[in-house]
Design a protein around this ligand. Structure first.
Ligand SMILES: N#Cc1c(N)ncnc1-c1cnn(CCN2CCOCC2)c1
Length: 305
């Protein structure tokens, strides 16, 4: 998920903060006090307007994407507060990143990408087609691309180093990494978060096929699991329009379909198999994609962006 620092679309220099880490679409900074000493209990999590598709960084950026997804994630943290505490401290952030950054508690992050699937597709479907199970969970026969699962399945992966792919973790590997009790709690919470997400999103015409969340614990070991990172956004999850759901083939993406269809159309002149970077997105694709992020936010939260 992480790429080298200084990727196209870059990360802003923020006065009073040290840039610590760049993911494909988000960045982490360390606050620096007036005395020049770095905070050890807080971080600044910044969402960019960058869009990643087909494992490429798109250009140009999508205006307001960072703010829309930050506000959506904050709303989900509130919806889930009865299930699990979270790392949000405040939205008192520098003007340069106003609306698209959050001050968060600095945690010790678990070394597991906590993924749950409510619908079968992508890597989960491929594993199922090989052996009838996913992450050690035997599934019913006859499932196809887009099939709804009887209940969300925990399908954790490793957190791969920069430029490498995350790898599936078997249950015993997760227990070896986290211990049996914490592994069971991570599985339970991740599945509960996705189930709650689909209860709410389903009423608003959006299916959340799968999601990745991250947990941390307080550095002093006090308390239990804390939900970190972002939660139930189109960047961390597959969002599908409910009215188009039809198992048996790849589902259209709620937010990335315009980008995918243009990139795979003759008009783009690009071929995914070429290994070459995709061309600039035309303005109409950028605008339509921005509108889908705003639509997801407004449908789910009931707020006007
Ligand atoms: N959230 C959080 C968090 C926290 N609350 N405390 C300590 N570390 C982290 C942290 C460090 N890396 N990541 C991976 C996800 N990153 C998000 C930003 O963008 C890059 C990827 C999370």
């Amino acid at each position: 998920e992480s790429v080298g620092v200084g990727e196209a679309g870059g990360s802003p220099v923020l006065d009073g903060y040290r840039h610590m880490y760049s993911g494909k679409v988000r960045d982490l900074y360390v606050p620096i006090g007036d005395d020049g000493v770095e905070a050890d209990d807080r971080l600044l999590l910044v969402a960019s307007n960058r869009l990643s598709a087909y494992d490429w960084m798109m250009s140009p950026e999508i205006p307001d994407k960072g703010e829309v997804l930050t506000r959506l994630s904050l709303w989900w943290f509130d919806q889930l507060a009865d299930l699990v505490p979270n790392h949000v401290v405040s939205t008192d952030v520098p003007d340069a990143v106003a609306g698209r950054a959050v001050v968060v508690r600095r945690l010790e992050m678990l070394k597991v990408e906590a993924i749950a699937r409510a619908y079968l597709t992508g890597g989960g479907l491929e594993e199922y087609e090989r052996g009838g199970s996913v992450s050690g969970v035997v599934l019913p026969e006859g499932l196809v691309d887009g099939s709804r699962l009887p209940s969300p399945v925990f399908t954790p992966t490793t957190k791969a180093p920069v430029g490498e792919h995350d790898l599936p973790m078997a249950p015993d590997e997760v227990e070896a990494e986290l211990g049996a009790d914490v592994a069971a709690e991570v599985s339970r919470l991740t599945r509960a978060i996705l189930a709650r997400g689909n209860e709410i999103a389903g009423e608003r015409g959006i299916l959340i096929a799968d999601t990745k969340v991250e947990f941390g614990v307080a550095p002093d070991g006090s308390g239990g699991l804390v939900l970190a990172d972002e939660v139930l956004t189109p960047d961390s999850s597959r969002f599908w329009p409910a009215e188009l759901w039809e198992p048996g083939h790849p589902q259209p993406s709620f937010d990335k379909q315009f980008v995918r269809e243009w990139l795979t159309s003759a008009e783009s002149g690009w071929s995914r198999s070429s290994g070459e970077a995709p061309p600039e997105l035309p303005a109409h694709v950028v605008e339509q994609t921005r509108a889908k992020y705003v639509e997801a936010y407004e449908r789910l939260t009931g707020e006007t962006f």
